[in-house]
Structures are given as C-alpha cells and as structure tokens.
Write a protein that binds this ligand. Structure first.
Ligand SMILES: [Fe+2]
Length: 405
C-alpha cells in the first residue's frame, strides 16, 4: 500500500483544488470608491448585524487608519469590539485570541481591516465560530468548516488597506504555526467574505516600496492564473484587466501616494487579480515566495518580484502564446515580433518594474544549504496547482542559484 499513498494523496488534493476552481464562490457585496468605508455601518445594520469584531494590527492602529471606521460605527449606534494584535503573518495564537474576544463580546460579524494578515485572521475567526469544537489548527486543509453541516456563519467583511493580496476575494487564509515554524492554509467556501470595501483613501499612506511590492503581488496573481491550466474566459478577462491597470498606474501611485484616482485603479486591479487567484490558482512563483519569505522573513511581494521572471523563463515555450498576449495588453510588443519575442518583452517588463520600483532581481539572503528544504516545500505546495511545466530538483536549484545573484 505504501507506494500508492503519495500518488493517491496527490490525486485527492488535485481533485479538491479542481472542485475549488469549478464551484463558484459566494457573490460578495462590494462598496467601492473614496470614503466608501463610512458606508459600512449602515450596510451592516441593514444586514441585521448587532456587534462586529474589528480585526486589525497595531501598526494600523498607531497610524489611526481604522479610526474613521470606528467613529462611523459609533455614529451609527453600533458598538464594536476591536482586536489589534494580528502579526505580519497571522498566527494560530492570533486567531484564538481574536476568537476569544468574539465570544466574550457576543459578536455576530468579523471585519478584517488591513493587509492580507488581518483579513485572513478574520476569515479563520469566522470559521472558529462555525466550528467552536475545532481549534484554528484543526481548520487547516479543505472544507473543515462547511462539512458536514455548517452552523450559522458570522458575516465576514474584508477591508483591504493595500492593493495586492487579493485576500478580500479569496476562499482561503494562510495561518502561521509558530510551534512548528510552518504555515498552513484554510480553504473553504464559507470563509469567502460577504462584504468587501474597496476604499482607495485607505491606501494613500502606503510608502512607495510597499506600494510596489503589493502591486507586484497582485500582478503575479493575474499572471500565474492566466498561464496556468485552470484559466478560463472568465478569469482571463480579469487577468488582462488587472495586468493593464497595474502597469498603467504603478508609476503614478509610486511617485504620488495621494493620487486617489490611480490608487482606486490599483485597488480594483488587486481585487480583479484576487478573483483570478480564487478561480485559476497560482503556479510555481507562490510556493517559492511562501517558503523563502517564511524562512528569511522577507516581504511576500519582494520575493514574488525576484522569482517571477525566472519561473516564467523556465516555463519557456509552454506559455509564450499567453505571455505574448499580455505583452500586447500592456503595449510592450512591437509589430513583427514573434510570439517568443513578445513573451520575452513581457518578462522584460516585469524586470523593468522590479528595477524601477526598488524590488530588485536577487535575494542575497538565500543560503545554498537551504536549497533542499526549499525544493521540498515547493514540490509539496505545488501538488494541486495546474502549472504549465513541472520542475524537478535541478530546475528549482537553478532558479535558487540565479536568485543568489
Ligand atoms: Fe500572493
């Protein structure tokens, strides 16, 4: 039996991922535009919510970013509880602490306010409320919340304050297990947010470098979904829109963080790219970024930016037609170029993005002694992803070597 276990597990995981892709997610209510955050309390009142728990982090609290929302809740006569302890990579402890507050205060909704971490934490707190007998750790994997029969689900509200993670529109959350020094994913349709607030005013204070790395993250969601085996007409339309909007507005938001119109376009682009991520999944770029980012404590988007051109070059002719189309979309191609030339022009545009906006092409922190562990993790995470071309250890090592510079 033993030799059959691994292939069987792979098949099961792939089948589950296909199910996630094929079954449509819940349709969310989207509040969009400058100042839209102030409309949230009224909307929640109409949805008969009595007491939300706002989940955020200390950095945002110190910057008073949630203040407008908290005041709006007050003005609407809606008391709310606040958990502001979410760490940059939300931990099991964060989920348990926030869930404790949720229960203690008799809450009936969660509002994830911030980057991907508070939103992911809020989603899993909602999962805990549905399955109070399971720990945050036990919710890891697929459909532990919705099966067998779900209890009443708290309303889940996602308020992104960066334009990049797409966590506001995915049915997954990444949680860090500090005890085991690893991360795991909670995948479940039930944690797809009911309400999404896309208020570009909330992103205006983001410094240029963080603006760039979050935009690169959104770009990777749009590109990886576009070239993977799970793409469809629906996801292609969102990918092309997102890629066009990101390349079309990054310069404006990088140079002038207060450009509300461009911030709004980037926020929408990130949301569209999140839809792609939810429907068409990722490829090899994200498994590299998850492991390298986790090992050396590096920002997700910085690693994504360095890794993506190398992975796209590895895919080579398997994706040249798709990348050529993206080169057309962003105006990087010229008449008379062949498909491979257009694909190379698109990859060159990503490298240009990295150069211009300070992301860089290498990860000097990488140590050769860690390559085997990274390769193992990349292979493991990639099992359910519909990648265009499979990597072996040698392929992964070559990309890691190139990243060391
Ligand atoms: Fe990402």
């Amino acid at each position: 039996m033993v030799p059959f276990r691994k292939p069987l597990l792979k098949t099961l995981k792939a089948a589950t991922a296909c199910f996630m892709v094929l079954v449509p997610s819940r349709k969310s209510v989207v509040l969009e535009g400058p100042g839209s955050i102030r409309k949230l309390p009224d909307l929640m009142k109409k949805q008969n919510i009595k007491k939300p728990l706002v989940i955020t982090d200390r950095v945002l609290m110190e910057k008073h970013l949630p203040a407008g929302l908290l005041e709006a809740f007050n003005a609407a006569g809606m008391p709310c509880a606040v958990y502001d302890g979410v760490q940059p990579n939300p931990s099991i402890e964060n989920v348990e602490e926030a869930y404790g507050l949720y229960v203690k205060n008799g809450c009936d909704a969660v509002v994830g306010f911030g980057g991907g971490s508070p939103m992911d934490c809020a989603k899993v707190v909602a999962g805990r409320a549905v399955r109070p007998h399971l720990t945050a750790e036990q919710l890891g994997g697929y459909f532990k919340i919705m099966l067998p029969v779900p209890k009443k689900l708290p309303r889940i509200v996602a308020v992104p304050t960066t334009a990049g993670t797409g966590a506001e529109t995915t049915s997954a959350a990444v949680i860090t297990d500090n005890g085991r020094n690893t991360k795991y994913t909670v995948n479940d349709f039930l944690i797809h947010p009911h309400v999404i607030v896309l208020d570009p005013e909330l992103t205006c204070g983001l410094p240029p470098f963080f603006t760039a790395i979050t935009a690169m993250d959104a770009l990777s969601h749009a590109v990886e979904g576009y070239i993977g085996g799970a793409h469809c007409k629906f996801s292609d339309a969102y990918s092309e829109k997102a890629v066009r909007m990101i390349f079309g507005h990054i310069d404006r938001v990088y140079k002038n963080g207060g450009d509300l119109e461009a911030r709004g376009q980037m926020m929408l682009a990130s949301y569209y790219a999140g839809i792609v991520l939810n429907r068409a999944l990722t490829g090899y770029v994200h498994p590299f970024a998850h492991k390298i980012g986790g090992m050396y404590h590096l920002p997700h988007g910085r690693v994504i930016g360095a890794v993506m051109p190398l992975v796209l070059e590895f895919y080579n002719e398997t994706v040249s037609r798709r990348l050529a189309r993206l080169a057309d979309v962003i105006g990087a191609s010229r008449p008379g170029m062949s498909l491979p030339q257009k694909a190379a022009a698109f990859i060159a545009s990503i490298r240009g993005f990295n150069r211009t906006y300070g992301i860089g092409a290498t990860i000097p922190e990488l140590r050769e002694a860690d390559f085997p562990e990274i390769a193992k993790s990349v292979h493991g995470e990639c099992i359910p992803y519909p990648v265009p071309r499979i990597m072996n250890d040698g392929d992964i090592f070559r990309i890691l070597k190139a990243l060391t510079g």
